[in-house]
Design a protein around this ligand. Structure first.
Ligand SMILES: C[S@@+](CC[C@H](N)C(=O)[O-])C[C@H]1O[C@@H](n2cnc3c(N)ncnc32)[C@H](O)[C@@H]1O
Length: 226
């Protein structure tokens, strides 16, 4: 698989721009105000967070797990849409603090856990009805990525593959994976292949065209075990 060079250079440029922020700042997403910490994937610079927050298919009572919560904005929307429990995980320690602050800001009292770690590692035997990840869909062969680069790049799609391989253990019967992706920046054919190899059927729930460094397509994908 080749890196989508031109597009990923654009992503790298936006990421470097976002790194100039040295103190926490506010953003408004779908009419709600949130705090963004430096060194956390920022919806001020990247447009996919808002799209996925808007389209996230949550039913009242869903038990929601978000891998890679970043600022926690999508988990806060999952709560607003009626999820009964929320678990949010990220490898980035700044994202954990950031998510906790946004939960406080929105005065969320329901069952909300925020855990630091690699994909499912912080979990024991919990199971969920919906597992969501706005994945780092930029395919790269580069190693030694910084923690912030890991928000947008995945070395040889290792984390994406591990996520899909292990997810079945954490899904309730009839539960589903919901994946945030970009067919412009990432390899949708490879993602499909990994999902199919692991026994999932796939549906594209929503797609949009958004302006980042270039015009970029984003997809919200639902995957269910056959
Ligand atoms: C594209 S960002 C999405 C952030 C946030 N959900 C949003 O949509 O604004 C991907 C997130 O995944 C996290 N991440 C990357 N690799 C991870 C891993 N192996 N385990 C847990 N989180 C990871 C990153 O730190 C980053 O916060």
């Amino acid at each position: 698989m080749k890196e989508k060079k031109k597009y990923l250079e654009g992503t790298g440029k936006i990421l470097r721009e976002s790194m100039k922020e040295k103190v926490k700042y506010k953003v408004v997403i779908l009419g709600k105000e949130f705090v963004v910490y430096p060194n956390v994937f920022s919806p001020k610079y990247f447009k996919d967070t808002e799209f996925f927050a808007k389209c996230l298919p949550i039913k009242k009572g869903d038990e929601f797990l978000e891998i890679g919560c970043g600022t926690g904005i999508i988990s806060v929307f999952a709560s607003a849409k009626g999820a009964s429990t929320i678990t949010a995980i990220d490898i980035n320690p700044a994202a954990i603090k950031n998510t906790k602050e946004n939960i406080r800001l929105h005065n969320i009292k329901n069952n909300f856990k925020v855990l630091k770690g690699d994909i499912f590692k912080p979990l024991k035997d919990h199971k969920f009805t919906v597992i969501f990840w706005n994945t780092p869909f930029g395919f790269t062969t580069k190693n030694n990525l910084t923690v912030l680069e890991k928000a947008v790049f995945d070395e040889n799609y290792k984390s994406t593959r591990d996520f899909i391989k292990q997810a079945w253990k954490y899904l309730k019967k009839n539960g589903r994976l919901v994946i945030g992706f970009s067919s412009t920046l990432g390899h949708l054919t490879e993602l499909r292949k990994i999902l199919i190899e692991n026994g999932y059927t796939i549906k594209i729930l929503k797609q949009t065209l958004s302006k980042e460094a270039y015009n970029v397509k984003f997809e919200l994908i639902e995957a269910r075990l056959k």
